[in-house]
Design a protein around this ligand. Structure first.
Ligand code: FAD
Ligand code: SF4
Length: 510
């Protein structure tokens, strides 16, 4: 019985039970494809990262004695389509059974279901053995509930997996240390040098160039800095525990002009392509904390664990609970386009310049830059969520749809009307200046509202609340903001709206 097993580009889990023993009857296949490089314009570093990690993974499989068919992007046999490539390999190797792993993306899930209907050999699908939860666990957990609150799911995960628990209660007495995770970084605590890998990716770049794949962003460093093997991912994780965990929670939401990564782990790419699993990460962090608990406070550890077993698993569950309809949600009826400066960083608004430049240079921005700078601006300027999704799905090395769209369309753009976020994440300059030093050297004045040099976020904020009143004013968490708006004098609001409308109509001039 000859078996073909498909490995998608984000299924590089060498610890999967498939790979326990080499078997001469099993052929594994991996394909670099235009189908995947062209469905959105990706950051150059994202394409390099995926191809680099896939090539390395295929070599690792061969070293372990497995049979592998690997189509590089410019391989002459490559049809550039997943199903056509599969048909080729099925025929060439006289395959009698086709097996694949659950795709994390709805698009590929559908494509493979349809494909299996067209082949007359046995086929089956297995788990990727990567996540804590199964695809539909979250849907079951929230069945019959009005709201899908992350916090309820997170607490259940802590109990179920006995993570940071003590005699049935949360360790340290609290479930959540969110309030101590909101410090501004002022340079008082040193940030260790980042661990940047120096992966030689010359061959990958040459193939990308020869194939004329359209990309965005920069790649100036010549070597690729994110982990592309399991060994590197584990090294990155070790470095995070030893050097960064100690202040992770404290400065989780901070932003600074001199710092790209602060105390963030840079593990999302490695996790999303499954070089390491959520369990690997949680286990290692907890072990480190148990050994060095006297130096590290629980708020750092809880802050990190919440991101991994809370937000990450929650977003995946929400994706499968809400797709495919979620992809078309636009409950705030936003229609505008993103300005050109999202692709150049060429704006006088310093916060946006910093967050966009980080994204273009490194394929990276941390969650507050994504949520409260670029996402906040896109929502305040009433940008169509399709536009916003396209940018986020392209620009980040870690952008895969299940975690990108839930964070972007749901959490950041409130397009689902509050299924993921309980309120829209919008702010004026006050939040940005509280969490960063961006306003210190900005062309605009954070305290002014309607003057020629007033921070654009200030007028955009009030204009947004006013224009989205029908959709938002009954939201309990927005009550305070609407009561401030209600007290505003009509001529003052009119001036704010006039400036906001000008900004929206002339975004690339600001
Ligand atoms: P750290 O800050 O060190 O966090 C540790 C890990 O926790 C991350 O590696 C990630 O796996 C997980 N995590 C943290 N926050 C989230 C979150 N909100 N949702 C899910 N997992 C989380 N993350 C992606 O992996 N891919 C995306 O395409 C993506 N798009 C986003 C879009 C928006 C608008 C927002 C607000 C967030 C998005 N995130 C996305 C979540 C988060 O920004 C990134 O996971 C994080 O910045 C990656 O950097 P890091 O590994 O240094 O994370
Ligand atoms: Fe951003 Fe406004 Fe601050 Fe400038 S003043 S950095 S535009 S928030």
């Amino acid at each position: 019985m000859k078996i073909l097993r498909l490995i998608l580009g984000d299924q590089l889990n060498i610890k999967h039970s498939w790979f326990k023993e080499p078997n001469d009857n099993v052929v594994y296949c991996l394909f670099e494809m235009r189908q995947e490089t062209d469905y959105v314009t990706h950051h150059i570093q994202k394409v390099i990262g995926f191809f680099g990690a896939m090539r390395q993974f295929s070599e690792d499989l061969k070293d372990k004695g497995h049979h592998v068919v690997y189509y590089k992007i410019n391989n002459s046999e490559n049809t550039q389509s997943l199903t056509d490539n599969l048909l080729k390999v099925l025929e060439k190797h006289n395959i009698e059974t086709f097996e694949y792993l659950e795709p994390d993306e709805y698009r590929l899930h559908q494509q493979l279901i349809e494909f299996c209907k067209t082949i007359d050999i046995q086929h089956s699908v297995s788990s990727t053995e990567h996540f804590y939860t199964n695809r539909n666990d979250l849907k079951t957990f929230f069945k019959g509930k009005k709201q899908y609150l992350m916090e309820n799911f997170y607490r259940d995960m802590r109990k179920k997996h006995d993570i940071l628990m003590h005699a049935g209660q949360p360790e340290g007495g609290k479930w959540n240390y969110d309030k101590s995770n909101r410090n501004r970084w002022k340079g008082d605590v040193d940030i260790p040098t980042y661990k940047l890998f120096k992966n030689n990716v010359d061959a990958v770049i040459l193939d990308i160039e020869q194939s004329k794949i359209k990309t965005i962003g920069k790649f100036d460093t010549k070597t690729f800095s994110y982990p592309i093997t399991r060994k590197q991912a584990l090294e990155q994780l070790k470095y995070f525990c030893e050097a960064l965990l100690i202040h992770f929670g404290d400065y989780q939401d901070a932003m600074h002009t001199d710092e790209v990564y602060l105390f963030h782990s840079r593990l999302s790419f490695a996790m999303n392509v499954k070089l390491i699993s959520a369990k690997d990460v949680v286990k290692t962090v907890l072990n480190y904390y148990r050994k060095h608990g006297e130096d590290i406070s629980i708020s750092q550890v809880e802050g990190f664990i919440r991101q991994v077993i809370g937000w990450r698993e929650y977003m995946r569950g929400m994706y499968w609970a809400l797709m495919p309809g979620f992809k078309n949600e636009n409950q705030l009826n936003n229609k505008n386009k993103l300005p050109d400066f999202f692709w150049t960083g060429n704006t006088k608004m310093n916060c946006l310049k910093q967050a966009i430049t980080n994204s273009l240079d490194n394929g990276y921005a941390h969650h507050i830059q994504r949520l409260m700078i670029t996402g906040n601006y896109a929502l305040l300027t009433e940008t169509h969520p399709d536009e916003v999704d396209k940018w986020y799905l392209g620009i980040y090395v870690d952008a895969v749809e299940w975690v990108q769209i839930t964070n972007t369309r749901g959490m950041s753009q409130f397009s689902d009307g509050g299924k993921i976020a309980t309120k829209p994440y919008v702010s004026s300059a006050s939040y940005i200046s509280k969490m960063s030093n961006y306003c210190d050297n900005c062309h605009y004045n954070k305290s002014k509202k309607t003057e020629y040099n007033a921070c654009p976020f200030n007028s955009l904020y009030w204009n947004f609340l006013d224009s989205k009143r029908p959709e938002l004013q009954n939201n309990f968490r927005m009550k305070m903001m609407y009561s401030v708006l209600d007290k505003m004098k009509a001529p003052d609001l009119a001036k704010l709206k006039e400036r906001a409308q000008h900004i929206i109509a002339h975004q690339d001039e600001y």
